[in-house]
Design a protein around this ligand. Structure first.
Ligand code: A3P
Length: 296
């Protein structure tokens, strides 16, 4: 039996992480062909950690002087179309680099990022989330795809074994977290729960990190609040484009934009986990994080 292939979901193990075969091909392509620009900023995240939100906020911050309040592209397209996704858009050739906006998204673990990202010292913003909420989100998201569907219990079991796309989740988080400790000027490390609790504070921090801090005048005018409201779950999920629009991942999979907006809450795991499942995932978290200094 080939231990590097997960036959249940056709995932492939490469340098400690599980990928769909098409993603893995794209990783190799990127390693060879992607030349990062020193001004590129990568928005990195494990799937279902709040990518759509972080991309929306970053895009809104960076383009606030290019668009007036009502003409922002975020009103007409899901943020995944405003900010290209490295391993699908670039590798499929549908990537065109915006000369002004240097934001790129990716779910790749740190060890799979194209080397030029490190050579050019690109900035990275990372977001992660409580693993229990993340796996709930992943479970519901998977139903939207033509993939084998597991029970929630089996999903959690597989997740704890690290068998999720771009998993093991904890390893993904720890790699970026370590780099954020070593190079805080290069890596901004965010948690979904903190962002929910103190959104405005993190919007301001994010703007600073992205190199576009709010001026005093902008603060007086309430620009950070406007960005917060524009990118709120309520606002984005109720936009027509996000209710009925279709997003194409690379050249292959199509998915309704509404799949990126489910509940947008902290703690929905309480509605899904049995005590036994909770103990299992908490134990996995404890084992994985042991000695790292990191907690969720
Ligand atoms: P839930 O499934 O728990 O609701 P990703 O964007 O990485 O795929 O993550 C999706 C998760 O982020 C989903 O979580 C989704 O509802 C939530 N989300 C999407 N947009 C959001 C927003 N503007 N604010 C807060 N959460 C958001």
């Amino acid at each position: 039996k080939d231990e590097s292939i997960d036959s249940e979901w056709n995932l492939h193990l490469y340098q400690g992480f599980w990928y769909f075969s098409t993603t893995l091909e794209n990783v190799f392509y990127l390693q060879e062909n992607f030349n990062a620009d020193p001004t590129d900023i990568l928005i990195c995240s494990p799937p279902k950690s709040g990518t759509t939100w972080l991309k929306s906020l970053s895009f809104a911050i960076m383009t606030r002087n290019r668009f007036d309040e009502s003409s922002n592209p975020l009103f007409k397209a899901v943020s995944h179309e405003c900010i290209p996704h490295l391993e699908s858009d670039f590798a499929s050739g549908s990537f065109s680099r915006d000369q002004e906006l240097k934001l790129l998204g990716t779910h790749l673990p740190l060890n799979a990022l194209p080397k030029s990202v490190f050579i050019e010292n690109c900035k990275i913003v990372y977001i992660c989330r409580d693993p229990k909420d993340l796996v709930v989100s992943m479970f519901h998201f998977a139903k939207k795809f033509p993939w084998p569907i597991f029970s929630f219990e089996r999903t959690v079991e597989r997740f704890c074994e690290g068998r999720s796309y771009y998993g093991p989740y904890w390893d993904h988080v720890l790699e970026y977290w370590k780099m954020s400790q070593e190079k805080p000027e290069n890596v901004m490390f965010l948690k979904y729960e903190d962002m929910k609790e103190n959104t405005l504070f993190y919007i301001k921090k994010l703007a600073e990190f992205l190199g576009e801090p709010f001026s005093q005048e902008e603060e007086m005018e309430g620009v950070p609040e406007k960005i917060m409201n524009m990118c709120s779950f309520e606002n984005l999920s109720n936009l027509e484009v996000n209710k009925t629009g279709i997003h194409r991942e690379g050249s292959a999979v199509e998915i309704g934009n509404n799949a990126f907006f489910r509940k947008g809450e902290v703690g929905d795991w309480k509605n899904h986990f049995t005590q036994k499942m909770k103990e299992k995932i908490d134990q996995t978290t404890q084992d994985k994080l042991h000695g790292s200094g990191f907690t969720f």
